[in-house]
Design a protein around this ligand. Structure first.
Ligand code: SER
Length: 320
């Protein structure tokens, strides 16, 4: 087997903090280098502080460790991105193009970059959004992901750089918190439930969005990256689906364990973003090309989220 040396950019984020531990288990401590803009002392492997807007800084790390794969996870998400659209565009695109350019010039074999359901807008069938739908995003984050997908395909066609990508739904996990997204409510709600606190939801009760449990999201990412090259037929980004639900439905699932759980609905500017996104994604291509199949549904995810968070919460209370 050829040697793998993996660099994760954005390793302190919601996905990165879980993905880095999984990659470490798979590829060994010596072969996984985590990086982020701020230091992280809790990672049990090599860590580099890295500002991905700095081309030379990325290249220095890639050369230092003879990196063969990059997972580039750093980005400003949908809701936060709207506060300063031009800054979001600059940052998201600068980091992405730096990564692609460093990769092609330094013999990096594979690159992963996350796309999102935010690439879709109101020109699609929102109940079963097809892979090849028209892309007319409503947010600057979505615009940067559409552009990123096209750049990924361009680098593949022009330079043969093996870039792979997933259009993630909202990701829900107990290990880490998201920041600045429109789907974040579906993580925060579990934290409130286990603390017996009321939850103020920024989306309306009937807003259905596609979601995925962290375990499935990480497995999808690794399965995509490990799939034989000839199986990767989509070089923009793959639709992946798992479950779809509204705040109303997640509350019903939580109430099976926390009968007194209370929620208030106070939709804000994020409602319009959610309303522009699909309710349900058609992931037939991912299933056919590299055998994608989710394991969790709303019930099994809720059970595990509550159990894991209760344990975390109890041990943090015991320590204080
Ligand atoms: N979870 C992301 C967000 O809400 C979507 O990719 O911004």
């Amino acid at each position: 087997m050829s040697k793998n040396a993996i660099l994760i950019i954005g390793a302190n984020g919601q996905l990165g903090s879980v993905l880095k531990s999984e990659l470490l288990k798979l590829y060994g401590k010596k072969n996984v280098i985590a990086s982020d803009i701020t230091a992280n002392s809790s990672f049990d492997g090599a860590f580099e502080t890295l500002d991905a807007t700095d081309y030379n800084a990325i290249e220095t790390i890639v050369k230092k460790y003879s990196i063969t794969q990059i997972y580039h996870l750093a980005a400003i998400l949908s809701a936060k991105g709207e506060q300063n659209p031009l800054n979001t565009w600059d940052l998201n695109m600068k980091m992405l193009l730096n990564v692609f350019e460093v990769a092609r010039k330094n013999n990096v074999k594979k690159v992963f970059f996350p796309s999102s359901i935010a690439v879709f807008g109101d020109a699609v069938d929102r109940n079963k959004t097809a892979q090849m739908s028209h892309l007319n995003p409503s947010t600057v984050y979505g615009i940067s992901k559409v552009a990123g997908e096209n750049w990924a395909q361009y680098y593949f066609l022009r330079y043969g750089l093996d870039i792979r990508s997933l259009r993630y739904p909202g990701v829900i996990g107990y290990q880490s918190l998201p920041g600045g997204g429109t789907t974040d409510y579906a993580v925060e709600i579990y934290h409130k439930a286990i603390k017996n606190e009321e939850f103020n939801c920024f989306l309306s009760e009937s807003t259905v969005l596609p979601m995925i449990y962290m375990d499935d999201a990480i497995r999808a990412t690794i399965e995509l990256m490990q799939a034989p090259t000839e199986n990767i037929k989509i070089r923009t980004s793959y639709n992946i689906a798992s479950m779809s639900f509204s705040p109303n439905e997640i509350v019903a699932a939580i109430k099976e364990e926390y009968i007194n759980f209370k929620i208030n609905y106070q939709p804000d500017f994020r409602q319009a973003i959610a309303d522009s996104w699909p309710k349900c994604i058609d992931d037939t291509d991912a299933r056919n090309d590299w055998n994608w199949k989710p394991k969790y549904n709303l019930q099994s995810m809720t059970k595990e989220m509550l159990q894991k968070l209760e344990k975390q919460y109890k041990s943090s209370v015991a320590q204080n």
